[in-house]
Design a protein around this ligand. Sequence first.
Ligand SMILES: *[C@@H]1O[C@H](CO)[C@@H](O)[C@H](O)[C@H]1NC(C)=O
Ligand SMILES: *[C@@H]1O[C@H](CO)[C@@H](O)[C@H](O)[C@H]1NC(C)=O
Ligand SMILES: *[C@@H]1O[C@H](CO)[C@@H](O)[C@H](O)[C@H]1NC(C)=O
Ligand SMILES: *[C@@H]1O[C@H](CO)[C@@H](O)[C@H](O)[C@H]1NC(C)=O
Ligand SMILES: *[C@@H]1O[C@H](CO)[C@@H](O)[C@H](O)[C@H]1NC(C)=O
Ligand SMILES: *[C@@H]1O[C@H](CO)[C@@H](O)[C@H](O)[C@H]1NC(C)=O
Ligand SMILES: *[C@@H]1O[C@H](CO)[C@@H](O)[C@H](O)[C@H]1NC(C)=O
Length: 409
Amino acid sequence: MAGLRRKLKVLLMFMMVNLFIFIVSRSGGPDKSEESKVLVPSKRFWSKLTPSQAFWNLQQQRLDFQGNPVLAYAYNNDSGNVDAIGPIPDWLNGTGPNSDPCQPDYSVTSHVADYNSLPVRLKDFLLYMRCRSYPLVVDQPDICRRTPGGESPYLLIAVKSLASHFDRRQAIRESWGRAGVLANKTVVTVFLLGNSTAVDHHPDLSEMLRYENARHRDILQWNYRDTFFNLTIKEVLFLDWMSTRCPGAQYIFKGDDDVFVNTLGVLDFLKGLSGSRAKDLFIGDVITNAGPHRDKKVKYFIPESLFLGVYPPYAGGGGYLFSGNLTGRLLWASRHVALYPIDDVYTGMCLRKLGLAPEKHKGFRTFGIEEKYRRNPCAYRSLLLVHSRTPQEMIQIWAWLNDTKLNCQ
Ligand SMILES: *[C@@H]1O[C@H](CO)[C@@H](O)[C@H](O)[C@H]1NC(C)=O
Ligand SMILES: *[C@@H]1O[C@H](CO)[C@@H](O)[C@H](O)[C@H]1NC(C)=O
Ligand SMILES: *[C@@H]1O[C@H](CO)[C@@H](O)[C@H](O)[C@H]1NC(C)=O
Ligand SMILES: *[C@@H]1O[C@H](CO)[C@@H](O)[C@H](O)[C@H]1NC(C)=O
Ligand SMILES: *[C@@H]1O[C@H](CO)[C@@H](O)[C@H](O)[C@H]1NC(C)=O
Ligand SMILES: *[C@@H]1O[C@H](CO)[C@@H](O)[C@H](O)[C@H]1NC(C)=O
Ligand SMILES: *[C@@H]1O[C@H](CO)[C@@H](O)[C@H](O)[C@H]1NC(C)=O
């Protein structure tokens, strides 16, 4: 016990010194002559945490507390720590009900102040917020080895789709998402599906999906309700799938099934990357200084009782590109960030956890392009992604891009 205490003290001292160095270096730093002088804070630098009034923030405080040695020490009052602020309050230590996280958590009905007046989709989200694993019912275990030459794909294209969107998937297969070799690079495409359930009044399309998958073998399906607020589940499950089924992919494009992607342009862009830019790449249509919508009528409405604060920079979920090397780190980060109902914001939160921020590229047009350019073949040459395009438009634009007679000077 005494040994452990000593270790904790040494660790704490080390962290305080590091924090100090961090603060000094952030604030521009003192004179060069003073740089070698180490100043140790004379007083404790932590203070008692107060529970957030917003449910997501509170869950995040708990996750942040777990496995944080400084806070564990700060709250520990049985080791002669004169600066202790303990004991650990129940709200911080308690992880909520310890039962199966995939059973509905009815404690939210009393912990979220205005639960009863929230839209049903938010109630559903809150009840299942702790559940992160759902069974994979359609898998492609060897899709990343089924490549020409059997090597990992250079680009993995992952498209968020819904069971009923057969035509969008087929248009993608016939255009920008065609699997195989493109510009001498291996491309693999998968479609990410949940279950379009009877609960949400979807017709039963499972037989047609079965046929489609037998023909194309590019569908991944997990058994959870495929709804807008469950897209974060899709993200987390996909990262998990990647880490086991396709860990060698060099780059990943993830996006919606109603965007057009200039895959040739993407490959051309990736060709020029190296070093840490290639390793930490996360690029798209980045939105900064955004916050939750407080208008109940908006699809993205998030009440104050769920989230307080601003969003980190995030790349619009219509489509973004990131490095395979980041996948494992994003998966790790996701386990330390409470699920949030908006998937692209959630991914931004995970990046922030890793100390990274997405990069903006003006070729990603998740908000579309000017209408007058819609039918201008040359407009698409310099773009990487355009939202939104119909299946017919996808095939048309792809043909334009492949037309060598087209002269765009
Ligand atoms: C820490 O413990 C001591 C005695 O064990 C007590 O006097 C003191 O009030 C405690 N401090 C806090 C912040 O709980
Ligand atoms: C915090 O929770 C852990 C695990 O649930 C438990 O062992 C410990 O006694 C709790 N500590 C306090 C101070 O409540
Ligand atoms: C295609 O890529 C392979 C290795 O990935 C390389 O050896 C070959 O030279 C490339 N061919 C062309 C035409 O670039
Ligand atoms: C999807 O949900 C329906 C019920 O709505 C169920 O019958 C079906 O088995 C589920 N499909 C999968 C693939 O789990
Ligand atoms: C997400 O999926 C789970 C599992 O099917 C479901 O219980 C829950 O209601 C869904 N949440 C939303 C917001 O649709
Ligand atoms: C990521 O890149 C670093 C540096 O090149 C390397 O050491 C590490 O093994 C890579 N990780 C993965 C998962 O590829
Ligand atoms: C481009 O057109 C050529 C000739 O029509 C065709 O062979 C090729 O497959 C097309 N490439 C793509 C990427 O569609």
